[in-house]
Write a protein that binds this ligand. Structure first.
Ligand code: NDP
Length: 299
């Protein structure tokens, strides 16, 4: 029997998109028709990257954000990618710049991310934004979208964070590490579990809040979850399934059937964190544009 309440990321993301639509309309009204702009740089022909970029642009346009794009060939030089970024850095109609990862191996990803103006770093991957996220008394201009989405799900589900024990499974630059920093900023006591952690299951089972982002299908089993804990599953893994139409199905990094018997609240996969990532990108674009419009109006 499932005890846990579902955290409906799809519905929450839809609500946020409606909020963004209203905010974009207000911005236009207030600042003489100016709209937020997002620029996406895509290098190469990866099908998954093309799909992500298409979905991001579509979501932007639906809320009134203008989208710009540069599609470069797989063989593009680092210099060409840096030039595209520099062009958008200088373009006043662009308030957010996103370079779709991964880049082809001959391009230095760090150099490209470092070149994005921190005022337009809507993915939140610039080391200055991450550094500020880590420091007390400092605020980043942008927070990475997926971990920001995890926190938004917790807040909108009424989960109290201050003083709670949280475990983050995974420590990547784009999900685990910033998720841990965000939880710490909310006054959780955070444990980061990674591939070298001894007794990971036992440590995780002490947490009131679990964010799973280890990229291992259904690794976090029921015995990793404390009775009544809140579980946010970031994982997206395709596993073979002969009974499924496409021959595979998507599962998270959490064993949902087991964990939902222990948790008080849990996100499904799909329909949990996934839809929140794009909603938070819209949030970051609108915030960045609003900051710029306010600054321009004050000049
Ligand atoms: P990475 O592969 O970059 O990082 C995985 C992390 O998990 C690493 O820190 C790794 O540890 C840790 N890990 C791996 N195996 C174990 C293990 N056996 N025990 C404990 N920790 C382990 O993945 P990402 O952070 O990019 O993504 C994580 C998951 O989230 C993936 O399933 C991905 O598909 C999904 N994802 C979903 C998004 C969404 O929008 N919903 C967006 C981005 C990612 P170590 O550091 O020691 O190697």
């Amino acid at each position: 029997a499932m005890a846990a309440q579902l955290i409906d990321g799809k519905a929450i993301a839809e609500q946020i998109r409606q909020e963004m639509k209203a905010e974009v309309a207000e911005l236009k009204e207030k600042f003489g028709g100016k709209a937020p702009g997002l620029a996406v740089v895509l290098v190469g022909q990866r099908k998954d990257s093309q799909t992500y970029v298409r979905n991001k642009k579509k979501a932007c346009e639906e809320v009134g954000i203008v989208s710009f794009g540069t599609d470069l060939d797989e063989s593009a030089t680092e210099e060409e990618v840096l030039q595209a970024v520099a062009g958008y850095n200088a373009d006043p109609s662009v308030h957010g710049i996103l370079v779709q990862l991964p880049l082809p191996p001959h391009i230095d990803e760090q150099r490209v991310l470092d070149a994005i103006s921190i005022e337009k770093d809507v993915d939140g991957f610039h080391p200055l934004n991450i550094g500020r996220l880590a420091m007390r008394g400092r605020d980043p201009l942008f927070v990475p979208c997926t971990p920001k989405g995890c926190l938004e799900l917790l807040k909108r589900s009424g989960v109290a964070l201050s003083g709670k024990k949280a475990a983050v499974v995974g420590r990547s630059n784009i999900v685990g590490m910033p998720a841990a920093l965000l939880l710490q900023r909310e006054d959780c006591t955070v444990t980061v579990i990674h591939s070298r952690t001894a007794n990971a299951q036992r440590i995780c089972a002490e947490a009131d809040i679990v964010i799973a982002a280890c990229g291992k299908a259904e690794m976090v089993g029921g015995d990793w979850i404390k009775e009544g804990a809140v579980v946010i599953d970031v994982g997206i893994n395709a596993v073979d399934d002969a009974t499924a139409k496409r021959g595979y199905r998507l599962v998270g990094d959490v064993n949902f059937a087991e964990a939902s018997e222990k948790a008080s609240q849990i996100t499904p996969v799909p329909g949990g964190v996934g839809p929140m990532t794009i909603a938070m990108l819209l949030r970051n674009c609108v915030d960045g544009a609003a900051r710029t419009f306010e600054a321009e109006a004050a000049m």
